[in-house]
Design a protein around this ligand. Structure first.
Ligand code: GYE
Length: 327
C-alpha cells in the first residue's frame, strides 16, 4: 500500500467507525431491499404450541395477504436446529426478506449470517440474538419487540407495592437461552434484590409451555411449601401454575400470588376472576409493524436498531375494562 492509499484507507476506517456510532450509515453493510409493489416474504416461526404464537402467525399472514405479498411460512416446532434449516430453505427459495423469531439467542446466529451472506435482509421479530455475535444495522436490519427487562421490572414493582407480607417467590423461567427468558429474569430479579425483604426460593425453566409450567410448579410447591408468590415468564406457564396451586389445595391469587407476562385474553380473564394478580402485556400482533418497517427500509429510510413495542399492564383496576381488547 502506498503512503497515500494507506492514509486514505485509514481515513475510511475512521469514518466508518464514526458512522457506525451514528447508526444510519452503519447500514452500508446490510443487504439492500428494492422498492416493489409485491414482495415474497418469509416468516420463520419458532413453535406453535401456545395462543401467543398462533396469534403472531395469524397477524403476519393476514397482513401479508392484505398487501398481496407471497407468504412463505415455516414452523421450527421448538427446535433451534430446524429453525436454522428453515431459514436456509427460505434463502434457497429466494425470498426478499426474512422475518425470524429466533428461538434462542446463540444457536440462530448461523441463520442470521447465512441470510446476510445471501444478500437477504433479516428482521428479528419478538426475540433477539446475542448482541456480541450479531448486530442490528450490520448483520440484521433491526429487532422489533418489547423491552423484556422492563417487563420483568414492572411486574416486580407491582409485587413490591402489593406484596402484603408475601415474600417467598417461585420463578418459572421461559425457554433456556431465549432473550425473553434471560431478560425477564434479569429485570425482575434485579428489582426484587434492590427492594430487599424478598427471597426467590426457586427459579426453574418451564419452557414457556403450559404443561411443563404446571409440572415444574407442582414440584417446586412441594419442595417449598412456604412459597407464596409465583412469577411466570408467560401466561401459559402462569395458567399451568394455577392448576398446580389448586391441586395443592391452595387458592391462586390469594394464598399464592400469581404474576405473569403476555396478557392474552385467558390471562386477563384470570385477573378479572382473581386468580392472576397482575400481567404485563406483550402483544403478538406484529404484522402491520413488521411490513411497515420493511417498506421504510426499501424506501431508503434509516431504521432504528430496535423498534420497541409498548406494553400495557393489567391488574384488578383495569382488567375488566380491557378484557375485550386483549388478544
Ligand atoms: O412471551 C411467549 C412466547 O418471545 C416474546 O415467546 C415471546 C415469548 C412470549 O412463546 O409466550
Amino acid at each position: 500500500m502506498s503512503a497515500i492509499t494507506r492514509r486514505m484507507f485509514m481515513m475510511a476506517t475512521t469514518t466508518l467507525g464514526v458512522l457506525a456510532i451514528t447508526g444510519a450509515s452503519a447500514m452500508a453493510d446490510l443487504p439492500k431491499l428494492a422498492q416493489k409493489e409485491k414482495y415474497k416474504v418469509g416468516f420463520a416461526q419458532t413453535e406453535s404450541n401456545n395462543p401467543w404464537r398462533i396469534a403472531q402467525t395469524e397477524s403476519m399472514k393476514a397482513e401479508a395477504e392484505k398487501l398481496g405479498y407471497q407468504f412463505v411460512y415455516t414452523d421450527a416446532a421448538g427446535s433451534a436446529a430446524k429453525q436454522v434449516a428453515d431459514v436456509n430453505s427460505m434463502i434457497a427459495q429466494g425470498v426478499d426478506v426474512i422475518f425470524l423469531a429466533p428461538r434462542e439467542e446463540k444457536p440462530l446466529i448461523p441463520a442470521v449470517m447465512a441470510a446476510k451472506k445471501a444478500g437477504i435482509p433479516v428482521i428479528l421479530l419478538d426475540r433477539t440474538v446475542d448482541p456480541s455475535l450479531a448486530k442490528p444495522g450490520v448483520d440484521y436490519l433491526t429487532f422489533i419487540g418489547s423491552d423484556f427487562v422492563e417487563e420483568g421490572k414492572r411486574i416486580a414493582e407491582w409485587l413490591i407495592q402489593n406484596a402484603n407480607g408475601k415474600t417467598k417467590i417461585i420463578e418459572l423461567e421461559g425457554t433456556t437461552g431465549s432473550s425473553p427468558a434471560n431478560d425477564r429474569k434479569k429485570g425482575f430479579d434485579d428489582a426484587i434484590k434492590a427492594a430487599g425483604g424478598f427471597e426467590i426460593v426457586a427459579s426453574q425453566s418451564g419452557d414457556f409451555a403450559r404443561d411443563k409450567g404446571r409440572q415444574v410448579a407442582e414440584a417446586l410447591l412441594q419442595a417449598h411449601p412456604d412459597a407464596n408468590v409465583i412469577y411466570a415468564h408467560n401466561d401459559e406457564m402462569a395458567m399451568g401454575a394455577i392448576s398446580a396451586i389448586e391441586a395443592a389445595g391452595k387458592v391462586p391469587g390469594k394464598d399464592i400470588l400469581v404474576l405473569s407476562i403476555d396478557g392474552g385474553k385467558e390471562a386477563v380473564q384470570a385477573v378479572v376472576d382473581g386468580k392472576i394478580n397482575a400481567v404485563v402485556e406483550c402483544n403478538p400482533r406484529f404484522g402491520p409493524k413488521a411490513y411497515e418497517t420493511m417498506q421504510r427500509y426499501a424506501k431508503g429510510e434509516a431504521i432504528e436498531p430496535w423498534v420497541i413495542n409498548v406494553d400495557k399492564f393489567y391488574d384488578p383496576s383495569n382488567a375488566a375494562a380491557e378484557l375485550e381488547s386483549a388478544y
